[in-house]
Design a protein around this ligand. Structure first.
Ligand code: HEM
Length: 123
């Protein structure tokens, strides 16, 4: 094993980098006509943002613990469409680019997000 290969968490800039990326992500969502209403009506967007940071930290190999609900429980009953799902992925990819995350790492994140589709879309 090549122990010098950085983990996904490290390549995203650790907790600090992931916090910046998530801030950009939420900014993009609030400017995206396809999904903005979903987030504008959230009762506690700051808490959602904190949980999203935890989720990405824990899911990319960081030491943080995710304290939110699982993806199915979070999105159940929202009737999220494929179009909204792609819009959220587009926003995520744009946030990674803004934060200068390199293409191979962006693609890795895209694959992980895509794999969560059955727990998010029309559940
Ligand atoms: C793979 C894609 C996605 C991931 C990884 C994801 C992840 C998350 C996480 C971690 C939370 C916080 C849960 C909590 O506070 O317990 C959350 C909340 C939320 N998600 Fe997603 N999400 C995804 C896709 C979507 C899509 C496509 C939509 C619809 C446009 C959406 C709408 C929301 C909303 C509105 C909330 C906030 C609910 C509230 O106010 O409590 N998500 N999501």
């Amino acid at each position: 094993m090549n122990t010098s290969t950085p983990t996904l968490y490290q390549r995203l800039g650790g907790r600090e980098g992931i916090t910046r990326i998530t801030r950009e992500l939420v900014k993009n969502h609030l400017a995206n006509p396809l999904v903005k209403a979903r987030y504008e009506t959230s009762k506690n967007l700051e808490q959602v943002e904190r949980r999203v940071v935890e989720f990405f930290c824990a899911g990319s190999g960081g030491p943080e613990t995710y304290s939110g609900k699982d993806m199915l429980a979070t999105h159940r009953g929202m009737n999220i469409s494929e179009q909204e799902f792609i819009a959220v992925l587009d926003d995520a990819m744009a946030a990674l680019e803004t934060c200068q995350v390199e293409a191979p790492t962006r693609n890795e994140v895209l694959g992980i997000l895509w794999s969560l589709k059955p727990e998010v879309v029309r559940v």
